[in-house]
Design a binder for this molecule. Structure first.
Ligand code: ZN
Length: 213
């Protein structure tokens, strides 16, 4: 998929949603995707709540202020921001270099998270880690794991607390029984990193899960 020539963030996100839906990572209305606005870096475009990701259009987004969470452009009258928008805001606030955040629900992510009890999942030293910018010979990396609270604000607060105390080793985290969120310095980079993380989770799911604590 070529994301270099997309005209707007929303068009790029529509393409990404379509591809992730095809792979089974955004079944039904699952997941949410966002991209910082190139002209207004204090705002980002995020998918509207409850939209089928297999048939997303550029009308299915809202423009949200990173600091306040205020909706600046609803695009269509019925659009409401996803409850998980708070997670995207937490990530954009964390690092101004982050341009896109992609959150998907895959079977493999759920399987691996269910088998592992800790708050950090050890990652296998696979060649694929180079795609995340890790160039060590025998990397010992951990994927942060958060519990899946019904109150999404609580997840957002926990992400703020942990990531402000320590920058994560990999540009991603897992919410148990839920899915992963991955970010990048461009939509294209976030897309590729999501593919890599899902590859690693698929490996762990088939291998039998991560090491148990
Ligand atoms: Zn979700």
């Amino acid at each position: 998929m070529n994301l270099r020539n997309v005209i707007s963030p929303r068009q790029g996100l529509v393409q990404v949603a379509s591809e992730f839906y095809r792979r089974g990572w955004m079944a039904g209305t699952a997941g949410n995707l966002s991209c910082r606005d190139p002209g207004e870096p204090a705002c980002f475009w995020v998918t509207a709540s409850g939209r089928a990701k297999g048939g997303l259009t550029v009308a299915d987004f809202l423009l949200v202020d990173i600091g306040s969470g205020e909706v600046l452009d609803q695009v269509s009258p019925g659009n409401k921001p996803s409850a998980e928008t708070v997670i995207h805001r937490a990530l954009y606030r964390l690092d101004p270099r982050i341009q896109a955040c992609l959150h998907v629900h895959s079977v493999d992510a759920c399987l691996v998270g269910m088998r592992h009890q800790g708050d950090a999942l050890p990652l296998p030293p696979l060649e694929m880690l180079k795609g995340l910018g890790i160039w060590e010979e025998h990397p010992t990396l951990e994927l942060p794991v958060f519990e899946n609270y019904l109150d999404v604000d609580r997840i957002g607060a926990e992400i703020n607390r942990r990531f402000n105390a320590q920058v994560p080793q990999v540009p991603a985290f897992l919410i148990r029984h839920h899915g992963i969120t991955v970010w990048g310095e461009s939509l294209e980079q976030a897309f590729h990193r999501t593919e890599i993380m899902e590859f690693i989770l698929s490996f762990l799911a088939r291998e039998g899960g991560a090491t148990r604590p």
